[in-house]
Design a protein around this ligand. Sequence first.
Ligand code: ZN
Length: 290
Amino acid sequence: MGHRKQRTISRRVVIEGRGLFRGAAVTMELLPAPEFHGIAFQRIDLADRTRIPAHVRFLTKQFRCTALTRLGASVEVVEHILAALAGLQVDNCLVRLDAPECPNGDGSARVFAEALLDAGIVEQTALMPRIAVQERIVVSHDDGCPAISVGPAGSGRLTVTYDLDYPGGVISRQIRTFELTPESFVRDIAFARTFVMESEVRALRAQGIGLKTTAQDLLVFDSSGAPIENRLRADDECVRHKILDCIGDLALAGAEITGIVHGRQSGHHHNHEVAREIASKSTVTRGRAA
Ligand SMILES: [Zn+2]
């Protein structure tokens, strides 16, 4: 499959909300950007408005989410907006924030996907650089079992299979395979919300994290595996959210990826490791001008 053209949005859109962990009010602005700009974040509440590119080089360790730091400026919980941008093939966009944490919306990527579609997505002239994964890359759990792997794809697309199977957990095993296109992202993945167990919520609250969160902000499961004050949007909403996180995290490799991804109980740190390996071992092709 040939390279497609780069895309951006046709106008600025604004998303107001609160961060999931810190609970701070935040305004996110999404702005059109020129070809080869890529995705970058900017903290407009700081004196130094350094741009923080969405790239593995700027990853920083952060509890249960994906965070980027450059020259002292940080942005946190970027994985869902990155998934929406990658899912809808918006390659060039400046994301401005007036707080460290991205708005949570309802814990899914829906608020971001809707904003991007509302702004309108336009094709640019230059072709989109692509990383076609050539060699299999595996990142393992501490026990040596593969957590996430990526290998070559014949389809010219990114396909993610995720196997969610928490041993002894109350969430039943869920396996799903997803081939990424803008249409399938909106239909099958964007709506899937972040989920946690009630016991985890209690532990987090004891540390002062997520004090303002309610059942409208994410899915909380009780000890029997039932969602508290909520209804599932799909029987396998959890595995769909894990795929959403994978798409957002892998976008940090810095180009459109074609490959086949298998995740099994992988978390953000495994996804980051794979994105690093993809970025360092792969060749970026730029395509030929038409
Ligand atoms: Zn997530």
